[in-house]
Design a binder for this molecule. Structure first.
Ligand code: XMP
Ligand code: MG
Length: 185
């Protein structure tokens, strides 16, 4: 769907469908150069990363394999706590693999720093991170993110896989959720 289907629920469109597509193409060229000849394992973090994964994987001119993890960072509504629980683990053995974690957004970075340590402990040859979006607070956590799509302001965004109460994931662009949608005003 596009923003006309959620009229009045967003304050602005932050990133358009075309901008996402162009940026993923740029990142794909970097990844192809960095992983030439490698059989990359893309690890998507459910559910938010489904759209990035689907579009990135198809844009890449590399033979990749895909796997998925679902984690829940405790905390409700719009804040994460850093306490992470695995809801669905990977099916793949990571030993000797070149792993690229595919994320939708890094906010505090707590979820990702836990995930990075967890995957590194499984003996892969390398683990790098790609995130479509990064918020300013992520700078406070020492997580080395190899590929960043867009640096965005500290606002709650939805669309392109990102949800609020499971809604808006199928919005083709990325927009700022209007505060009246979550603060009860
Ligand atoms: P941390 O803070 O651990 O959190 O980096 C990352 C996870 O928090 C969610 N998150 C968001 N989800 N719009 C969303 O739809 C946002 O603006 C937002 N900020 C953080 C998301 O699940 C992400 O994986
Ligand atoms: Mg979410």
């Amino acid at each position: 769907m596009d923003s006309s289907h959620v009229d009045g629920e967003l304050t602005s469109i932050l990133i358009t469908e075309a901008e996402i597509k162009d940026r993923l193409a740029e990142l794909s060229r970097e990844i192809e150069a960095d992983y030439a000849g490698a059989n990359v394992l893309l690890v998507g973090v459910l559910k938010g990363a489904v759209m990035v994964m689907a579009d990135l994987a198809r844009e890449l001119s590399l033979p990749i394999t895909m796997d998925w993890m679902a984690v829940s960072s405790y905390g409700s509504g719009t804040k994460s706590s850093g306490v992470v629980r695995i809801l669905k683990d990977l099916d793949s053995d990571l030993s000797g693999r070149r792993v690229l974690i595919v994320e939708d957004i890094i906010d505090s970075g707590l979820t990702l720093s836990w995930l990075l340590a967890n995957l590194k402990s499984r003996g892969p040859e390398s683990v790098e991170i790609l995130t479509l979006l990064r918020k300013p607070d992520a700078a406070k956590v020492d997580v080395d993110v190899r590929y960043v799509g867009f640096e965005i302001p500290n606002e709650f965004v939805v669309g392109y896989g990102l949800d609020y109460n499971e809604k808006y994931r199928n919005l083709r662009s990325i927009g700022v959720l209007a505060p009246h949608m979550y603060d009860g005003s």
